[in-house]
Design a protein around this ligand. Structure first.
Ligand code: MN
Length: 264
């Protein structure tokens, strides 16, 4: 079978944070069928919003998982761990060689603006970029149900492009697909993260022993109306593609910091 680059068959690692039995990861692995050797290594249970957490005080176990895409059964492991654990373990122990591409998702629900920080979906991709491998995170902007068909088609288009031309070191692509049929998508827009925040409100309840417990139930606030933002693109029916890097240094503030003269 020919591959986008015409070279040897690429190895593509697929992970997610919704868990290995989620509809979105089946949609993603199926959408990439034929682009290379596809291996799935994903959390056994849902790990949404775990961010970049890793497991260091417990063992990480992996068991073979029956995973079928249209062309047949593929290698797959379910991991008792986080999305970042999955990528680390896959690359160090489970895969036959270093993958050419790591894709994560397709997440059920958007991962845009400040939520990238909390996202396990994005963190699987981040871990890959830390290890020097091109990576893409995909999210379908609908919180439950729906149809991953359009998201799958977009995932294939973006993945083919990255396999063909690679990505700059340390940069991943965070892709959000609006909840629209493929024919109604307006196009693909390159965006930046919108400024946003959560206004937290913990609901307080009582357990059977009369003690209070709290359940996080915040309200998302968009502070940024730019149409060059991820949220702006999604709102207007465009697929949003944001290049993201994990260097958290505030480069634009370094010069000003020098003038603080902190030496003593
Ligand atoms: Mn999720």
């Amino acid at each position: 079978m020919s591959t986008p680059s015409g070279g040897p068959r690429p190895l593509i690692l697929v992970s997610n944070d919704d868990g290995i039995s989620a509809h979105g990861i089946l949609a993603l692995a199926s959408a990439l069928d034929g682009l290379g050797d596809i291996v799935v290594v994903a959390p056994q249970t849902e790990q949404s919003a775990v961010g970049h957490s890793i497991t260091i005080r417990d063992p990480v176990r992996a068991v073979a998982y029956p995973f079928r895409i249209p062309s047949g059964s593929i290698l797959s492991w379910a991991v008792e761990g986080t999305p970042a654990d999955c990528v680390k373990l896959a690359i160090d122990k489970l895969l036959p060689r270093i993958p050419d591409l790591v894709v994560s998702g397709i997440n059920q629900g958007p991962n845009a603006a400040v939520n990238i920080i909390y996202s396990g979906t994005v963190s699987a991709a981040t871990e890959a970029t830390i290890l020097g491998i091109p990576a893409i995170a995909f999210s379908y902007c609908r919180w439950n149900g729906g149809d991953f068909e359009a998201s799958g088609r977009i995932a294939r288009i973006v993945s083919v492009r990255v396999l063909e031309q690679g990505l700059k070191a340390d940069i991943l692509l965070n892709v959000n697909i609006p909840d629209l049929p493929y024919s109604e998508l307006k196009g693909i827009r390159v965006t930046r993260q919108a400024r946003s925040k959560w206004e937290e409100s913990f609901t307080e309840r009582k357990d059977p022993f009369g003690r209070s417990y709290y359940w996080l139930s915040g309200t998302f606030v968009n502070l940024d109306t730019g149409d060059d933002t991820d949220l702006g693109a999604i709102e207007e029916g465009y697929v949003s593609v944001t290049p993201v890097h994990h260097d958290l240094t505030a480069h634009g503030f370094l010069d000003e910091m020098q003038s603080w003269d902190l030496e003593h």
